[in-house]
Ligand binder design. Sequence first.
Ligand SMILES: C[S@@+](CC[C@H](N)C(=O)[O-])C[C@H]1O[C@@H](n2cnc3c(N)ncnc32)[C@H](O)[C@@H]1O
Length: 374
Amino acid sequence: MQIELPSGIIKGVISGKKKKDSKYDKARIQKILIGNDVFIQLSLFTDKQVFHSNYKENEINNKIIELLETDFNNLELYTNEFIYSYRITSKGKVLNNRRKNNELLSTIDHNKKKKYILEEGTIVPPLIDLGVMLEDGRVVKAQYDKFKQINRFLEIIDDSIKDEKELSIIDFGCGKSYLTFILYYYFKEIKKININIIGLDLKEDVIDNCNKIAEKYKYANLKFYKGNITDYAKTNRVDMIVTLHACDTATDYALYHAINMKCKYIFSVPCCQHEINNQLSTDILHPINKFGILKDRFSALLTDSIRANILQYYGYKTNVMEFVDFENSPKNLLIRATLTNNSLNNKIKEEIINLVNEYNIKQTLYELTIKNEK
Ligand SMILES: C[S@@+](CC[C@H](N)C(=O)[O-])C[C@H]1O[C@@H](n2cnc3c(N)ncnc32)[C@H](O)[C@@H]1O
């Protein structure tokens, strides 16, 4: 068949069965990223099942043409710039046209746009239910910052984990669980890792909603529980904990559980560190404290310094990094820690004790760990 297809396909639909009794009803095409490699996923739909297969970008056009020769008459292909339509007539003639693609909702210039693990246009079904994405994979403009945050979070996790065949993860303070669903989708559907994820949050309504969405997509190893992080009691092995903006000392309890469970991986973005803020009253700190914003920042930095050092003390290789820019979220520090050593580092312990004593403060993770050591 003489038909020239465009390059740079991001998605498409093949429809219009040639014969009533053809096995497949329609096909979808979707650009996806697996690790750093781009593939085009072809999904063939029967009335009960969907069959997925992945092609290199330079292979997909031949496959599409093959389907147009044998099974279907209509094709619509999207690139970032254009939407291309093709129709095969009953006499086998190919009619085609092209129109501008005005569909992407985000206003970001695509040339400047950073490549994410889950690029806009990659359909993550639960994110549609959660109102982050539209049916065709476009990101809702008001949710773009959140989409960027969870994508960056995922990228950092993906960078850090090596050769894991199975992972058990807890998302402490999961809230609406955008991150939790993305993690599940990414590891289960794309990386094909044996995954088990629990989301824990205080709010009953969000937990009920998340469980409904997980059931809808038959995500059997994704469960949400209502509960307080403070009271969390370990049941099975946990390899990784994540927290994204878990409030104030909730982050400390999450880190405490991770240390106790000897979790291999910790990814934690703290939020609203009020605890120390209310205690910083020494005269020496007056030049800082008299400026509210400086007091806030100083107490947040002090809190996260103590947390990061405590993780180091317990044998975690620890980094503190800005995971998104400040414009995206001012709460943009991520503590990344990987357990690499089972011995305690007493030099670091001494430094932490000195720091805490210097400012005469009670810090929850410190109280739960070093202060509480026998
Ligand atoms: C700012 S939201 C972040 C939600 C989600 N991680 C995200 O980034 O979209 C913080 C969440 O932590 C939950 N949370 C705060 N303290 C908690 C606690 N002690 N136990 C369980 N959940 C808690 C809140 O109910 C809330 O849903």
